[in-house]
Design a protein around this ligand. Structure first.
Ligand code: HEM
Ligand code: HEM
Length: 194
C-alpha cells in the first residue's frame, strides 16, 4: 500500500521501497538539465565562435552558472532538513561509501565551482548576473594574472565534476541494468513506490 510522506514520517525511518520526496526529485532533474546546458556552453565557448558571439555565450555561462549556485543552495538546505531513503541493504560497504561520497561531493562541487567562476569573472573585469538579470556583488577587483589562475582552478574543478557525473551515471546504470533493484525509480518523478 502506498504511504503519503506524512504517514511515512509518523511510521518511522524510511525504507528502500520509498522514493525520494517530490521536491528532491524536481531539484535533481532541474540541476541535471542546468549542468548539461552549462557544460555544453563552456565547451563550445572557446573554439568555434566569432568574438561577438563569444561574448554573448560567455554571458549565458555566467547566468546559467549563477542560477546553478542559487538552486544548489536551496537544494542543500532541503537536503539537510528532510529524510532521504537509505541505501539498499545488500550494497557492499565499498560501493555504499562511493555512492555517499559522490552525492556529497556533488553538493560541494556544484556550490564551489560557481563561486570560483564568479571570482574568475570578477577578476576578468566582468559582473555575472543571476538569472541573467540581477548583478552579483563584486568579490574581487579586476586583475588579469589572478583571473587566469582562478580560471585555471575553475577548469580543474569542472573536470572533477565531469568525473563525478561519470561515476554517478555508471552507478545508476549498474542498479538499473545489472542489479535491477529499483534504485533508479527512486529518483524518477511521479513514482510513489519503487
Ligand atoms: C556548474 C557550474 C559551472 C560549470 C560546469 C562550469 C564549467 C566551465 C568550464 C568547463 C570552463 C572552461 C571553458 C574552456 O575550455 O575555456 C569554464 C570557464 C569559465 N567559467 Fe565556468 N562553469 C560553471 C559556473 C561558472 C560560474 C557561475 C561563473 C561565473 C559567475 C563561471 C565563469 C567562468 C569563467 C570566467 C570562465 C573562463 C575561465 C578562463 O578561461 O580563465 N563559471 N567554466
Ligand atoms: C549532472 C548530473 C547529475 C547530478 C549532479 C546528480 C546528482 C545527484 C545527487 C546529489 C544525488 C543524491 C541525492 C541526495 O541524497 O541528496 C543523486 C541521486 C540519484 N541520481 Fe543523480 N545526478 C546526476 C545525473 C543523474 C542521471 C543522468 C541519472 C540517471 C541515469 C541519475 C540518477 C540518480 C538516482 C537513481 C539517484 C538516487 C540514488 C539513491 O537512491 O541512492 N542521476 N544524484
Amino acid at each position: 500500500m502506498d504511504m503519503s510522506a506524512s504517514e511515512q514520517a509518523r511510521s518511522g525511518p524510511m525504507e528502500l521501497g520509498q522514493p525520494y520526496d517530490p521536491v528532491s526529485r524536481a531539484f535533481h532533474w532541474l540541476v541535471v538539465a542546468l549542468v548539461l546546458v552549462q557544460v555544453t556552453i563552456a565547451l563550445v565557448l572557446p573554439s568555434i565562435l566569432p568574438k561577438s558571439a563569444e561574448d554573448s555565450i560567455a554571458a549565458w555561462h555566467l547566468a546559467t552558472g549563477s542560477t546553478i549556485l542559487l538552486v544548489m543552495l536551496l537544494r542543500f538546505a532541503w537536503r539537510l532538513t528532510h529524510p532521504m531513503p537509505p541505501a539498499p541493504a545488500d550494497l557492499s560497504p565499498g560501493l555504499r561509501i562511493l555512492a555517499r561520497a559522490t552525492h556529497w561531493a556533488f553538493y560541494l562541487v556544484l556550490i564551489l565551482l560557481p563561486l570560483i567562476g564568479w571570482m574568475a569573472a570578477n577578476a576578468y573585469g566582468t559582473t555575472p548576473r543571476l538569472l541573467g538579470l540581477i548583478p552579483l556583488p563584486r568579490l574581487l577587483a579586476p586583475d588579469q594574472a589572478a583571473a587566469e589562475t582562478i580560471g585555471g582552478v575553475h577548469k580543474v574543478v569542472a573536470a572533477l565534476l565531469l568525473a563525478l557525473i561519470a561515476t554517478h551515471v555508471s552507478g545508476a546504470l549498474y542498479h538499473a541494468l545489472v542489479k535491477r533493484d529499483g534504485v533508479i525509480w527512486r529518483m524518477v518523478p511521479g513514482r510513489t513506490r519503487v
